[in-house]
Structure formats: C-alpha cells, structure tokens
Design a protein around this ligand. Structure first.
Ligand SMILES: [Zn+2]
Length: 368
C-alpha cells in the first residue's frame, strides 16, 4: 500500500444526505489546516521513515490494512530501522513518532503511551549504542574578537558579515532566524527584514532590538524580541547593527533582508562559508564549526561569564532544558560555580589559623 496521495483525505463514515455548505471546498480547507498543524521541517523529516514503515508493514501484513498499527509490527520495524538505517535510539524514536503521526492522520488514536514494550526496546537501543558526543564546536569570544579585527569594516560585505556574526553570538540566534532559506526565497512574513531592526534604550543603555518573527520553537509565529545592548567593547552587537542600519538601501525596509550582500539575502550556507573562511585565515580550527556554533558559542560564553542557567535559557529562548547540552565548557563552569559556593575567598586553613583571634571571629568571617 502506497501512502495516500492526499494524506489528510477525510472520509465521512456515513453517506451525505444534504451538505449544509459546499463540501468540496470545506474538505480542502480542513486538509490544509490539518497539514499546517505540523511544521514544514517535521513533515519533511517524517517522509522517509513513513515510506519505509508502509513498505515494511505492507509486506508483513499482506492484504490487511497498515493502520491501525499493532505493537508487534512496530517492534519489528523499530529493530529493522535500528539495524538498517540509523543505529541510534534517538533516530528510531523519531521514526516511531513519524509512524504515529501517520496513524493519527489516518484517524486512529496515538499509540506511544500504550506500547510499553516499544519504550523498553528503544531504551535497549540506547544502552547498546552509547550516544555520540555532539561534535559541533562553539565559537569562542576570542574568535569573535579576532574576527572583528580581521574584517574590513569599510566594505559592505564586511559590515553585513560582522553584524550577522555579532548578532548570532550575542543574540544566541539560530541560523534559521537571521538567514533566508535560499538566495531567491526571501519572504518578509517569515525572514528577518530591515524593518525588524529598531533602536531604543533601556535606562542609560542604548539597545538594538531584533524582531524574530518565527523560529523552531515558535511555529505559530508569535515572535520574539532579541535585545542587544551596547557593550563597552569593540565587538558590541548594538554598534554592529547601527553600522548595518546606516548602509544605504534602495528598497523598502519590510521587503529588504536585514542581512544581504550585493542585493542577495544571506543564506545559512553563505554565512557559514564566509565565517569559516574568516576564522580559518586567522588560524582557527574550523573543521567542527557549523552555523549552530554561534548560538552554542554565545551560550557557552554566557555560562563561562557566570550568567545563571535560567538567564541563559531566557536569552537563548529555549523552551526546555536542551540548552544544557549546548554549553560546551562544563569544567570551567563547574569551577566557576563551585568557587562561588564558598561564601568567602579565604580557605578553611586561613579561617582556622591560630593567628586569627577567636572562634567567633572566624565564624563571623565565614558568615560574611
Ligand atoms: Zn554599541
């Protein structure tokens, strides 16, 4: 059985006597809204596992329909998927959710909470193959400072690239939040435009504000403001954006990409290629540098600077605690945090030393 051509085709379980409104357009509209309930990226990532499951289950079940799915078939499919396509538990779990999405689409209830053996199977996979450490490397503050020195700030290219790098790092931006999907696909309803940059102040501090319209964790497009204050350093993101905003533009702000080079919107791959080129020329190892390295670099730097984790979660706009695994310098952070767990810089030896007059002095010093 091939996946249905119209995946959300709605079959009414009775014959229609007389429709209250024209049924064709209503069915189309309903299908369109159902489809919009899944993010485009999710839909794309579900395609391959769904196709593989339908092939697998059709071969096993012969003339029986594939849905609703039974647990035994799914267990066998999950093992097959693990051994054939993706030897890691996370990918198998994602494939199972792709199948569940298809089951719901076919009008049947979700199965994940019922199929307990499936949970155990996936746990077994996780224990069989340990999770590979995330190999993406964070951009460091030193890299940022070096890049700022190396960039030619009198060229349009340089101004745009520097503003993008500085914003990505200090704003903890996902690359999809500040770049266009392709050089020809700028969409002002989704992508960052010149109209999404504004300047204001918070107390005495001038700030730049980026309006992020939509993101991975904001599929409804509620939007979020990323506030980038002026900092007293050459790498100030606010100053980088002021310089960017001063570039002459020929098109209306809302239809102009905020980051564009020679009239072409900056894409993720162009940003990554250019940033790597700059850093490689400076002698940095860029082999594990991706466009995500800027976001994790900003988070790691914030943690290293002593910013509490809940604040990092806020500025990085993480809805869950996934940000913890992006912070790549556990040793420095642990040292920093644990040093602060002791109320005073003095060592216990100093406090207890015979030269310090009395026990009560030692106690009051400790309490300070
Ligand atoms: Zn500034």
């Amino acid at each position: 059985m091939a996946p249905p051509a119209r995946p959300y085709s709605i079959a009414l379980p009775y014959s229609v006597a007389s429709a209250p409104v024209p049924l064709g357009p209503l069915v189309s509209r309903t299908e369109e809204l159902l489809a919009a309930g899944l993010a485009e990226g999710t839909r794309r990532s579900y395609e391959a596992p769904q196709r593989r499951f339908v092939e697998f289950a059709s071969a096993l079940r012969g003339s029986l329909p594939v849905f609703p799915v039974d647990e035994a078939t799914l267990l066998l499919f999950a093992s097959h998927y693990f051994d054939t396509y993706a030897p890691n538990a996370a990918s198998v779990r994602a494939a199972v959710f792709a199948v569940q999405s298809m089951q719901v689409r076919a009008g049947h209830p979700p199965f994940w909470s019922q199929f307990r053996r499936l949970h155990q199977l996936i746990e077994g996979m996780a224990r069989t193959v340990p999770v590979a450490p995330d190999s993406r490397c964070p951009v460091t503050y030193d890299m940022l400072v070096a890049a700022h020195r190396a960039i030619n700030h009198s060229s349009v290219d340089g101004v745009v690239m520097w503003a993008a790098m500085s914003c990505a790092f200090f704003g903890l931006l996902r690359v999809s939040e500040f770049t266009a999907r392709s050089t020809s696909s700028f969409d002002h309803r989704r992508d960052l435009s010149a109209a999404d940059l504004s300047f204001s102040s918070s107390g005495d501090t001038p700030v730049a504000i980026l309006r992020i319209k939509r993101s991975k964790t904001d599929q409804r497009g509620v939007g979020a403001d990323v506030v980038l204050p002026h900092v007293d350093a050459a790498v100030c993101p606010h100053c980088a954006l002021l310089r960017l905003a001063s570039l002459p533009r020929t098109t209306a702000p809302h239809s102009t990409p905020l980051f564009e080079i020679c009239g072409t919107p900056l894409t993720a791959s162009a940003f990554n290629t250019r940033a790597r080129r700059i850093l490689r020329a400076l002698g940095f190892d860029v082999s594990r540098l991706t466009s995500h390295s800027w976001r994790i670099g900003g988070a790691t730097h914030a943690a290293r600077s002593g910013l509490p984790s809940h604040s990092i979660q806020t500025i990085g706009r993480w809805r869950s605690d996934t940000y913890r695994r992006y912070i790549r310098d556990p040793t420095t952070i642990a040292v920093h945090a644990r040093t602060h767990m002791v109320p005073h810089t003095s060592s216990p030896h100093f406090v207890a030393a015979p030269s310090s007059s009395t026990g009560s002095t030692a106690r009051s010093r400790r309490a300070a």
